[in-house]
Structures are given as C-alpha cells and as structure tokens.
Design a protein around this ligand. Structure first.
Ligand code: PAF
Length: 291
C-alpha cells in the first residue's frame, strides 16, 4: 500500500509545532482519541469531529495503562498505515501516534483517578481500566489542546468518566458523543470483533438483539430485575460465557435503579469464546398515557 498523505507526528513537541499555525489562525480543533485498528465506528467519529471543528486530529496509541496483565495488550490489532489511509479518507488532518516512551518516559509517576461513575460495571471487572483511560486522555487533552473531543457511545461508561474528568478538572474541551455504528445484524463495531471466529461472530450478533428485546420489555412495563435476568438467561442459552453484567442503570450516574423513573441505560458485557463484547442502549421511561 502506498503511504498515506496524512501527516503523522510522534511526540507532543512535534504535535504542538504542527498545530501552531491552526491555533494562530483561530481555527477550531477537533480531537478523536483511538487505539487504532480503525473501523467505520471510528471514522464516523472523525466525520462528526469534522462537522464541529475546522481541523481534526486523530490519536493512535495503544495505552498499556488500561490493560491488566491478563488482557489482550500484546495481541491488540495494529495497522498504522491502514489506519492513516482510512483517517485521510474520512477528513482527518493530522495523526498523532506517539511512541510509548513519548507518552510514558522513564520516571513517569502520575495517574488520574475518577471516582464514582468509574466504579461499577466495567470498574468492578476491569479495576485498572478507567484509571488508565483517564490518565492517557488527560495527557492527550493537555498535549493537543483541542476545542472539542469526540468519543463513541459504544463505550458508554468511558464517555461518562471522561465527561466527569473534564468537568472536575475544568478542562476547556467540549465532549461530544458519537452514536454506536453497527454491522448489518446490529453487532456494535469494535476493533475486537476481528478476534471472532465465524461461529463466534454469529453468536456475537445476538447480543444487540437480546438487549433491544429487553429495552422493549422494560418499556412495556416489565420490572428491571426481571428484564435483566431474562436477557442474561437468553445470552447464556446462546453460548455467551461468562456474562459479566446485564444492568439497567441511571443514564448519568450509573447508579442502580429499582424503577424506570428517569433516563436509564441498559449495559451489558459478555464473552464469546476469548472475546469480550460490550454494548448498551438507552432506556427511556415508558409513556404513562397521560399527556
Ligand atoms: O476508547 C478507546 O479507544 C480508548 O479507551 C481511548 C479513549 C482512546 C483511550 O486510550
């Protein structure tokens, strides 16, 4: 493949030099942080950033801080040349792909912790994850600095953690959420879908179907606990194992809910073979019929 024409910078100094002209001209800068292995979901975030800003920077950094020792850091898919090509086609202006030593030089000793919204669900299963995400995202925000940053709703809890981080630290970057992009059968696009064998891929496509059915059940008035349990049972029957969680939570705080009396989110994480899938859908309170 011919190298892409997209400029690539490798450290924060080169990044600042590359965007100095944009800042001097008062251009609005959009940021799309990624770990690469880009698919249509990422590219939709780039296009969304493009609508909100005059210049778009994508970042590509497989952040070791957000992987536990037993997780898939070493096998995480990597294709920088292919990613650069896709980004250029989606309207990205610059790729920031720092080397590990540029992000975490010897002696690096700072970590960012977001309490509260990072603690349930993913936080219980992957206790290192959100600390790693918050630390790297805080660094990327300092290094850029952008006017707007776009994150996918597919990683819904991550989006809430980043909103909290930005609010708590008075970081002047607008956080914009991009809708989850799905395959024809509704499977949420994810770099990790590449791990799925054909039979696993068929099973994976059922996650979104069962979640949508659970949302419909909730809107029809079923109790939260019953809808969660029914969805988990269908996932188990279809071959998902283990099922990390199927949970209806407050859409902003992720606090557990007993009744559907406010905007909520149904979130799930479950494994197909060696691949962990996550997905989520909004659950709006059912109409009462009283207008
Ligand atoms: O969502 C991701 O790809 C990563 O968690 C992020 C936000 C780029 C931080 O490494």
């Amino acid at each position: 493949m011919a190298p892409s024409s997209l400029p690539i910078v490798r450290d924060a100094t080169a990044l600042r030099a590359a965007i100095a002209g944009w800042r001097g001209a008062g251009l609005r800068i959009g940021l799309v942080p990624t770990m690469g292995a880009l698919h249509e979901g990422h590219l939709s975030l780039v296009r969304l950033a493009r609508r909100r800003a005059e210049r778009v920077i994508a970042t590509l950094f497989v952040n070791p801080l957000q992987f536990a020792a037993h997780e898939d850091l070493s096998r995480y898919p990597r294709d920088e040349a292919g990613d650069a090509e896709k980004l250029a086609g989606a309207g990205c202006d610059l790729l920031y792909a720092p080397a590990l030593a540029a992000m975490y030089p010897p002696g690096f000793a700072t970590s960012v912790t977001v309490a509260g919204v990072s603690e349930p669900l993913e936080g219980e299963i992957r206790p290192l994850f959100f600390g790693g995400v918050a630390t790297v995202v805080a660094k990327l925000f300092m290094q850029t600095p952008a006017d707007v940053a776009v994150f996918g709703e597919k990683d819904y809890q991550q989006l809430l953690v980043i909103r909290r981080l930005v609010g708590d630290l008075d970081i002047a970057i607008e956080i914009v959420a991009g809708e989850t992009v799905r395959e024809a059968d509704g499977l949420a696009m994810s770099s990790r879908n590449a791990y799925l064998a054909p039979d696993e891929r068929a099973t994976a496509g059922k996650l979104n179907v069962f979640l949508r059915d659970a949302v419909a059940q909730l809107r029809a008035g079923d109790a939260i606990a019953a809808a969660e349990a029914a969805c988990a049972a269908r996932l188990a029957e279809a071959g998902f194992k283990p099922i990390d969680y199927v949970a209806v939570r407050d859409a902003e705080t992720l606090a557990p809910l007993v009744t559907l009396d406010r905007p909520a989110r149904l979130l799930a994480a479950a494994w197909v073979g060696k691949t962990r899938l996550i997905d989520n859908f909004p659950v709006r309170p059912a109409k009462t019929g009283v207008s």
